[in-house]
Design a protein around this ligand. Structure first.
Ligand code: DLZ
Length: 152
């Protein structure tokens, strides 16, 4: 049986990161985690481009515009924290759908690195504390997918 797998090799790759400024206390840490992971796997810092958007709601629009800018992969980073408004429900469902559609329509890796949390404490846990760093794991998925897409 022939198996096709992606390796975590970032040499020569260009990566675009679309990150939400809302909840920047969390998203700044996701960005740091993603950047560190990409660099440790061979992506050059100058080949990483980060575009800040106001909030997670805007990620889909900007990530779409980024799909034809010559990146090998795009990572979307945001933090949706459940509050007293229904924003969380509206945005989280539509964002997951639009990021997934961007990947299927463009044929390039578009990675979902959105923290969805009930509380600020939960979000902190996923931004570099006891539950890891969602930005770093999104970068890993991006590295694997960028390599995989060159093989299939
Ligand atoms: C308005 C809003 C709220 C209440 N909560 C969040 C959130 O938890 N995470 C996030 O990334 N953005 C939030 N926003 C901002 C919206 O995503 C958007 O930027 C504004 O509604 C402007 O369109």
């Amino acid at each position: 049986m022939k198996e096709v797998t992606g390796n975590f090799k970032g040499e020569g790759k260009r990566v675009g990161i679309c990150v939400a400024r809302f909840n920047e206390f969390i998203t700044g840490r996701l960005l740091a985690g993603a950047r560190d992971e990409l660099i440790r796997h061979g992506v050059r810092d100058e080949d990483i481009e980060c575009v800040w958007v106001p909030g997670s709601f805007e990620i889909g629009t900007v990530a779409k515009a980024m799909t034809d800018k010559g990146y090998d992969g795009i990572i979307c980073l945001g933090a949706l924290i459940k509050g007293d408004t229904p924003h969380f429900e509206y945005i989280s469902a539509s964002l997951a759908k639009s990021i997934s559609e961007l990947g299927t329509k463009s044929g390039m890796p578009v990675i979902y690195g959105i923290v969805t949390a009930e509380t600020l404490e939960q979000a902190i846990e996923r931004a570099g504390a006891k539950a890891g760093n969602r930005g770093a794991s999104a970068a890993n998925a991006c590295l694997e997918m960028m390599d995989l897409m060159t093989k299939i």
